[in-house]
Design a binder for this molecule. Structure first.
Ligand code: FES
Length: 145
């Protein structure tokens, strides 16, 4: 049984920004074929800023805590600032994740990046730090407990 930080437990027990944005400006979904965990991020953008962000996560406790923290980290940020939110930064803000759960932090940042990419495509704009034909690798991971 992995030992989670207090921060992870707080976000897992009381996740922030859960839900769906019906008229989202960008949607990003990522899934892991190994464990079947799925995460979808929705963003609402105004004046180049993430005005609202929500997500639906079907996954482990760490994935839920990661979604909650990642959403907090990008809310109100510019798209460029949001692109700087990496899996490592999310894990750091959560005061660390057990080694066998570090892979869970990938899903949050990747789903968010996909949502921003979706927004860029929908609006035919280029966002520095996000290339036009960027392919986001869905990392394979084994889902240990
Ligand atoms: Fe697959 Fe956490 S995301 S076990």
């Amino acid at each position: 049984m992995p030992v989670y930080s207090e921060k992870v437990m707080q976000h897992f027990m009381n996740p922030h920004n859960v839900g769906e944005i019906e008229d989202a400006d960008g949607v990003g979904e990522i899934g892991n074929p190994v464990c079947g965990d799925m995460m979808t991020f929705y963003i609402k953008v105004k004046d180049n800023r993430i005005e609202d962000v929500k997500y639906k996560t079907f996954g482990c406790g760490a994935a839920i805590a990661v979604s909650s923290m990642a959403s907090d980290m990008v809310k109100g940020k510019t798209l460029q600032e949001a692109l700087l939110v990496t899996p490592a930064k999310v894990a750091q803000e959560l005061e660390g994740l057990p080694k066998n759960k570090l892979h869970c932090s990938n899903l949050g940042a990747q789903a968010l990046r996909k949502a921003i990419r979706n927004y860029a495509i929908n609006n035919k704009i280029e966002i520095p730090g996000l290339t036009d034909n960027e392919e986001i690798e869905e990392e394979e991971h084994a889902c240990g407990t």
